[in-house]
Ligand binder design. Sequence first.
Ligand code: SAM
Length: 358
Amino acid sequence: MQVIKIIRDINSSLGVKLPRIQAEEARLRLIKAGILLKAKKIIKNRDFVYLPISDSASLVNILEDLEYQIEYQVFPDELLKPSIIDSLKLEFPDEPWEEISVKFDQIGEIGLLRLDSELTSKAFRLKVGTKILSAYPKINSVLNKLDITEGIKRTFPIEFLAGEEKYESWHKEYGVLIKVDLKNAYFNPRLAEEHRRLSLEVTNDDRILDLFTGVGPFSLHCAKEHHCEVIAVDINPYAIKNLNASIKRNKLKGSIIPIIGDAGKVFRENRYFDRIIINLPNHSINYLAYASKLVKNGGIITFYQFVEKNIQPPQSLVSIIDEKLKNVCTYDILTNRVGREVSPSRIQVNVDLRIYNE
Ligand SMILES: C[S@@+](CC[C@H](N)C(=O)[O-])C[C@H]1O[C@@H](n2cnc3c(N)ncnc32)[C@H](O)[C@@H]1O
């Protein structure tokens, strides 16, 4: 029998525990299903392996013949190769190592670090950059994210560290090629599993509205996988320019119509869409009533919302959803799950709602 353990630590996230002998088979199946979290480290002890996952709803089908348990664990973020960290510690013993977390993502040919410029010296950051260049052969440019994502475009200030100074690249997620421009348009490779998960729920002929599409990863995943019709909206012309490049580059089964515009104003009530994606996590909840007039009766709204960790996510969202929709439509909450950790105090909650608006 599978048991869901109570969350003890607010930093914990969803995982699946298996005997070591079954772990590799489970890992491969979870990757294929798009729910293994690549941004978190797998935890192992003598007898068991804990795999970090984004969603538990489909585990029964994926791991049905294995002995698994769903458990919440504190999975550390995936960091730089340990060999790089060790040699940096030898070379820079005076850096405040207890406080530094060297977070790192590979985005196409770009290595993107998150090294606090107030905590670390420039010489140290430049050295980390050159070490990454030699340790990761596919990377030819190393950048450092200096601050949090901000502003209407959701971009962030960047420091160039090593290699070729470039901000654009082609990134691959589950076979989908995504043109990114880190200086001018939002992109986060840690959402890959969520892009994939959602695309696997879509079916042929679905009409999808991807509000706040950014460079379009949700739209591209859906149209790569299915003969669906997607309308992708973003206010940032650079984001849509990159999406257009990706539409040309991928062999898509479905179609994507990109629109530059204000997501809250592009459509009037039409009940046209089978699924609407709302991914502006600071404010998604404020677009629920609007989206519920654009989705078909029985259609789905998937939205992502940041909430404070100390107010019991994801339950804390339930009353807010009710407040937003009570005079507009009825609905069922299909899933309401804790997603990625955004900061020490905030977490993203991922929600699917079925809307009844007739
Ligand atoms: C979190 S990012 C989107 C991420 C994207 N869905 C993904 O998975 O990578 C939010 C996006 O909303 C866009 N945006 C912000 N305000 C907007 C508005 N009023 N209308 C349309 N797009 C908006 C930003 O330009 C940004 O690209």
